[in-house]
Design a protein. Structure first.
Length: 430
């Protein structure tokens, strides 16, 4: 079988298919039987639904008609399971779900309840049936879909990977945390509730400092762990898909990192991606941090820790809720221009000013009859940062060697070797 994929599509306006570079991208994408992208926006018309008190960073929404433009690239699978799902509250989620359903795109990861959100969805192709499972580790707790009970309907939302965090410290440092917590009474309210039986007692090798959790260890270390119930739910979906599909793809939206650079996938994401392959998935497609992350081939199956952005139109939002203006010291009588200008410090900081956020790749891969990877080629892509407003943030094929060097160097520690071919494409070996 053959596959192509793209990362975050933050689409906020119509895309005209005549722009320079559109046709070449479409031809490359349409090589795949399955052709996936991450839809990072909500779809609803102006005034149709209220905004949430929180957003995924920017309140993003656009009209459902943009899906016609998206499909012109050739995509046939998507997920909108990302940190912007509830930007326009549950009404916005439901309108987006309705629009994507009506578009004919196969999608997974969001539903009217947790059972729907976590279920595999299937694409029929001439060369086999492809399953898509979509999860998200970066989200507000309100976004998590709820299970149905015998008398209460489930809650609409996402198929989430809940991540808990704690800090390991040597015993002497842990005792310092305990002492400061006691002297400041930062945990007083929680300790009262704990004595009332609502929280479990802390062990001698545990401590809390407000919302932060600490445990004893050999050295200082920040640890993130995925909720076991969420892993079990993904395992169940993969198991179900093994009966129904020839090939299983897992989409993961994750912003968390390891170390001090966005390019480094978190340790839990690496463990989770490999776990998915061990459980029976054949590819893991990551997105979320808005830049490229390493490519790993694990047991002859591709793991793309992040494909970066495919469309980036954050400056193209036309409206915003009052909460967003207030957050930045303005009122809703201000213009969106004033709002974005202030947030970006006169358009000098943020995603829209960093060239790394405008560089990505589109992978094309082939598999044999056992679903093992036989070929992997990457097309470098750059989005336009200037020029006509109608072209800002739109992708086109790139021959910039910096993209090759960037992804090659970060992927080598994961065992993936890359070669820049004469035609400007990147071939991968493992």
């Amino acid at each position: 079988m053959k596959f192509t994929a793209a990362g975050d599509m933050i689409i906020q306006q119509r895309i005209f298919p005549e722009y320079k570079g559109f046709e070449e991208l479409g031809d490359f994408i349409r090589q795949g039987d399955a052709r996936f992208f991450n839809l990072e926006t909500t779809l609803n018309h102006e005034g149709e639904t209220c905004a949430s008190q929180f957003s995924g960073g920017t309140y993003i929404r656009t009209n459902p008609e943009v899906l016609d433009d998206v499909k012109n690239y050739g995509f046939n699978m998507t997920s909108f399971n990302n940190n912007h799902v509830l930007d326009f509250s549950y009404g916005g989620l439901e309108k987006t779900l309705e629009a994507v359903n009506n578009s004919g795109l196969v999608h997974a990861g969001v539903g009217r309840n947790l059972a729907e959100a976590s279920a595999p969805r299937y694409l029929e192709t001439a060369n086999g049936r492809v399953a898509l499972i979509a999860v998200n580790s970066t989200f507000d707790a309100a976004m998590m879909a709820g299970e149905q009970s015998p008398r209460v309907p489930g809650r609409p939302g996402i198929n989430g990977l809940r991540v808990s965090s704690r800090v390991e410290l040597p015993k002497e440092d842990l005792e310092i945390i305990k002492r400061i917590a006691k002297e400041t009474n930062i945990n007083a309210s929680r300790e009262i509730v704990r004595k009332e039986g609502y929280y479990a007692d802390l062990a001698d090798n545990e401590a809390e400092f407000g919302p932060l959790k600490f445990t004893e260890g050999e050295k200082a270390k920040y640890i993130m762990e995925v909720n076991p119930a969420d892993i079990a739910r993904v395992d169940k979906a993969i198991y179900e898909a093994q009966l129904q599909a020839d090939y299983i793809m897992v989409s993961v939206h994750s912003h968390q990192l390891s170390g001090d650079a966005k390019e480094n996938p978190s340790e839990f994401l690496q463990d989770f991606a490999r776990h998915c392959i061990d459980a029976g998935a054949h590819a893991v497609v990551g997105h979320g941090p808005h830049l490229l992350r390493p490519v790993e081939i694990y047991k002859d199956c591709p793991i793309f820790y992040s494909l970066g952005d495919f469309v980036l139109q954050l400056y193209s939002i036309e409206l915003a809720p009052d909460d967003f203006f207030i957050k930045h010291g303005l009122t809703s009588q201000s213009t969106v221009h004033e709002l974005l200008k202030k947030r970006s410090k006169n358009f000098t900081v943020g995603l829209m000013t960093d060239p790394k956020m405008f560089r990505s790749v589109i992978p094309y891969w082939e598999t044999d009859e056992n679903n093992k990877l036989t070929k992997l080629t990457l097309m470098p892509v750059e989005m336009k940062m200037d020029g006509h407003k109608s072209e800002n943030g739109l992708p086109r094929r790139s021959y910039n060697p910096e993209i090759f060097e960037y992804i090659k160097n970060m992927s080598e520690p994961f065992g993936t070797k890359m070669t820049l071919e004469a035609d400007g494409l990147i071939s991968c070996t493992w």
